[in-house]
Design a protein around this ligand. Sequence first.
Ligand SMILES: *Cc1c(COP(=O)(O)O)cnc(C)c1O
Length: 380
Amino acid sequence: MQIPFLDLKAQYRQIEAEVMPMVVDAMQNGQFIGGPQVESFEKEFAEFCGADCCVGVNSGTDALRFVFLAAGIGGGAEIVTVPNTFIATTEAVSQAGATPVFVDIDPLTCNMDPNKLEDYLKKSFKPQASSLKPRVKAVLPVHLYGQTAAMEPILEIARKFDLAVVEDACQAHGASYKGKKAGTFGIAGCFSFYPGKNLGAFGEGGAVVTRDRNLADKIRMIRDHGQSRKYFHDMEGYNGRLDSIQAGVLRIKLKRLREWNEARRAHAKYYDKLLSKIPGITLTTEAPEAVSVYHLYVIQAEDRDGLQKFLSAKGISTGLHYPMPLHLQKAYAHMGLAGGSFPVAEKVAGRLLSLPMYPELTNEQIEYVVDAIREFVEKA
Ligand SMILES: *Cc1c(COP(=O)(O)O)cnc(C)c1O
């Protein structure tokens, strides 16, 4: 049996009849940038998240970068995040003029460990800490694999140290924590609509949600060359808009997102049930306060590389999210952070394996994957 890691074609077949006329309509009307599709999507996505405002942008990376620029969390500031994320998280920080710093993760959820955050801030804000050191201005938790970070303790710590919280919700469209949706906890939540995300465009796309109207207005300017009116520029901005056709695709998919997320959750629960009986396989814990939307279904195994090869030979595609923590990447060699700096993230990186996960997956396919894992474990 061939089981892809992700099946975008299966999803397209479900919406083709709605997508095609929308695309033709956009082409016949010559409406490609901005316009009613973008405005309607922004309204609908804000409503979906339970946020007041939504600004569509060109990518999740732009969403993050524009929030820092608009909120004035740039030059000279430190922003605290985690090392086990996609590099876009920290690229956005650096490109806004700030410096990313890391704290380690919780081994069960693989999200930011609030205790490690507090430890870092206590050290950083000690009176004798060097005044030359950049000041911590924000916390950037990443809702990894579709599960929100521990937002209650993180918000409480941030309040204590007077820090802004910005959420990297690029993997967590529709996830919630104590009944509140991802993206609505801090000053802003940043989403990616990269094709493989739970809500994916047919190209690049992203959005910021916020309850702060001023922040939203600033981001609207930044995404459009700093203009509030055509050819009148209050500042320099970026070319970072959401296309009309992408917004049209996202509107069609958004109507089905709850149902698709439910399907992912059902698959995850089935994987959990079957895999929990296999010794040596560690599952990612869903915290009792959180409802994950399982962008990825990630397990851990001692001989991860051997398991991945074995599954591949059985026709099962898997992924690694992510094989090397950011502090060990060549791009961040200048940080001078040796192996051992973040032991939990480092240990997990060597053991993690993402199994096939998409709404259209069947129980039969899940059973085939789990049987193959059992066979590998029993042989070892
Ligand atoms: C996908 C992703 C991003 C970046 O989104 P793009 O739309 O590709 O720019 C940022 N952070 C995380 C955690 C992501 O998964």
